[in-house]
Design a protein around this ligand. Structure first.
Ligand code: PXG
Length: 299
């Protein structure tokens, strides 16, 4: 494979030439938004839902995306095609653009729009078969009235602070609490528990990113007749859960079998997690926006 081609403000440019200005407010201030999207077998998974969230993030921070939804849909597909990928991880980034050194976004006339499509780095199989041990960390997720986690902004320092705590403990992922002490999410994934047959996940208003995988899991659970609800969760709820798992675009569904030294359930991957994982795998590989023409079957 040659060099990756990047969609850069309407043009396809080689990776080595795709450079943003040091005056870009995405770089100077984290002023911008992004999406992490996957393509499976030549189809972009939940592209419309990702674009909904992207346009909502943009509206919330008063950033005007200089493309229609149709144009962005085509740009995402074109970037995957240009790199001849079938399974891909797609990063769509829209920054406020180039301005001066002050933080005023009005000084940035043109947002920067970047789409990177690359091969997906898969996680080790044992993570799915054995499950993760988690820990709660001291870094809190910001309150919705401080910096709403529902906005998928370029301001990920809070998540990175928690990731540093994970690294210091030698753990792949950790659990963040909100300022009230409720469990909200991981550094880059949502959390679910299973208790007495019920599938539970923190509500959006607790201060989380409303994950596309999360939404999909809630719908799949409902389709399979599993009771599924949003509910505030404490660490006690997580410690005493029968099962727990994390959801995110990159990792899909990862079982969690322990937290803070407590064993979750019997310490093995539970039956409901296993069913949801299987349902997600088959669903994600049988739907999506076709990148290479419309003859691929769409569910
Ligand atoms: N919460 C947060 C804070 C996230 O950043 C999710 C939940 C899951 O959302 P989706 O829509 O993907 O189901 C995310 C996902 C990575 C990575 O490499 C993941 C995310 C952002 C950056 C990197 O795993 N976001």
């Amino acid at each position: 494979m040659g060099e990756l081609k990047i969609f850069f403000n309407g043009k396809m440019v080689p990776g080595s030439e795709a450079r943003v200005s040091v005056f870009d407010h995405g770089f100077l201030y984290g002023d911008g938004i992004f999406e992490g999207i996957r393509a499976y077998e030549g189809r972009v998974f939940k592209l419309s839902e990702h674009l909904d969230r992207l346009y909502d993030s943009a509206k919330s921070i008063l950033l005007k995306i200089p493309y229609t939804r149709e144009a962005l849909t085509e740009a995402v597909c074109a970037t995957v095609r240009e790199n001849q990928l079938t399974d891909a991880y797609i990063r769509l980034v829209i920054s406020r653009g180039t301005g001066d050194l002050g933080l005023d976004p009005n000084k940035c006339p043109e947002p920067s729009v970047i789409i990177i499509a690359d091969r997906i780095a898969l996680y080790p199989e044992e993570m799915y078969s054995n499950g993760l041990h988690l820990a709660s960390v001291s870094t809190r997720r910001p309150a919705t009235d401080v910096l709403n986690p529902a906005i998928k902004s370029l301001n990920y320092l809070n998540n990175i602070m928690a990731k540093i705590e994970a690294n210091l403990r030698g753990l792949p992922e950790v659990v963040l609490l909100n300022h009230q002490g409720y469990v909200v999410e991981g550094t880059g994934d949502n959390i679910f528990i299973v208790k007495r047959g019920e599938v539970l996940t923190p509500p959006v208003y607790a201060g989380i990113l409303n994950g596309i995988t999360r939404q999909c899991v809630m719908a799949l659970a409902a389709d399979m007749g599993m009771p599924c609800r949003e509910q505030n969760l404490t660490l006690h709820d997580l410690y005493t859960a029968d099962e727990a798992f994390l959801t995110g675009t990159a990792a899909e569904i990862v079982p969690a079998v322990g937290c803070d030294g407590r064993t979750i359930g019997d310490g093995s991957v539970g039956p409901i997690t296993t069913r949801i994982l299987a349902a997600f795998k088959s669903y994600s590989r049988s739907t999506g926006v076709p990148v290479y023409g419309t003859n691929a079957a769409t569910a």
